[in-house]
Design a protein. Structure first.
Length: 302
């Protein structure tokens, strides 16, 4: 087995490798994003590794540095012709070594809950379970009602103070959606919220008994839906609240923000617990059908 850096010239082979992956779920997205997803040159804070066996493409994976000490690993694919031959193990070993060279002390990965085939492979490579989450969705609405008992601040200081004491932070191991890499989780920091307050939006819920919720907007983006229509999204890095009224206030603030952006849909990361998922539904949000898992590896022990 030979491991090397993937290049744009590998595109056709990657398309072939992924042609039978997730066929029952509309196919793999990797061919659609490959050229934008692939790093242009070495040294850009990310690297894509490719495994070859006898000249055939056997697997591919990418590592991205999200912060000076946090690495994110994504899009691990193994050809159906070479599964159970140690390909994912070798690719992960290369990722771990590369991430340590960049200064990472921790590496993380996300696995869709329905992708059970990846669970054992990840655990055998040294990943441990961290947390589980799903997405809540609210309709953009400029007139969304905030309960009289709650108010909304856009100051990052109270939002951070709430986050530091929130049960949501504990449930999510301090993780929220990363600001630069889509579909990635990183540790939310005070400086992150200060930057979001300047560049996007931050929300702190205040009630009669003090701080009661927080969120922030990560990004807006456009994507085609299954019918080929372009849909504009607003994505919010986490939703945290004390009770249902606080959730209603937070979702109303997000609905107003999304309406001002003229987006079509929203997505808010929430913990996968009976409390928060049912709170979200009770507060008027819709909730994604399936959760996702985050796993992590201590690179100092590898």
């Amino acid at each position: 087995m030979h491991i090397r850096r993937a290049t744009p010239d590998d595109y056709d082979a990657v398309c072939e490798l992924t042609s039978d992956i997730w066929a029952d779920r509309g196919g793999d997205y990797l061919p659609d994003i490959y050229h934008d997803w692939l790093e242009d040159d070495p040294g850009q804070g990310k690297k894509t590794f490719l495994a070859e066996i006898d000249g055939d493409l056997a697997g591919i994976v990418q590592g991205v540095m999200l912060s000076p000490d946090e690495a994110w690993f994504q899009s691990l694919r193994v050809s159906s012709d070479y599964r159970r031959q140690g390909v994912s193990q070798r690719l992960n070993e290369e990722l771990f070594a590369w991430a340590r060279e960049q200064g990472a002390t921790v590496g993380r990965v996300m696995i869709f809950s329905w992708n059970t085939a990846s669970f054992a492979a990840s655990r055998s490579s040294g990943f441990d379970p961290l947390t589980e989450f799903r997405f809540a969705h609210v309709e953009p609405d400029v007139d969304a009602t905030i309960p009289d008992s709650r108010s909304i601040s856009h100051d990052p200081a109270p939002a951070w103070r709430y986050w530091t004491h929130s049960d949501v932070r504990a449930e999510l191991e301090g993780l929220a959606l990363d600001s630069d890499e889509s579909w990635a989780l990183s540790e939310l920091t005070h400086s992150d919220l200060e930057r979001f307050a300047d560049e996007t939006a931050v929300f702190a819920v205040e009630g009669d008994d003090g701080l009661a919720g927080a969120s922030y907007r990560v990004r807006t983006f456009e994507r085609e839906d299954d019918d080929g229509d372009l849909v504009r999204w607003a994505e919010y890095g986490v939703g945290a609240w004390d009770d249902v009224d606080s959730a209603r206030a937070l979702f109303a603030a997000i609905a107003r923000d999304a309406a001002a952006l003229t987006v079509d849909r929203t997505r808010i990361l929430i913990p996968e617990t009976a409390q928060y998922v049912t709170d979200a539904a009770y507060a008027g949000a819709t909730v994604s059908e399936e959760p996702d898992f985050a796993l992590g590896v201590d690179l100092m022990k590898r």
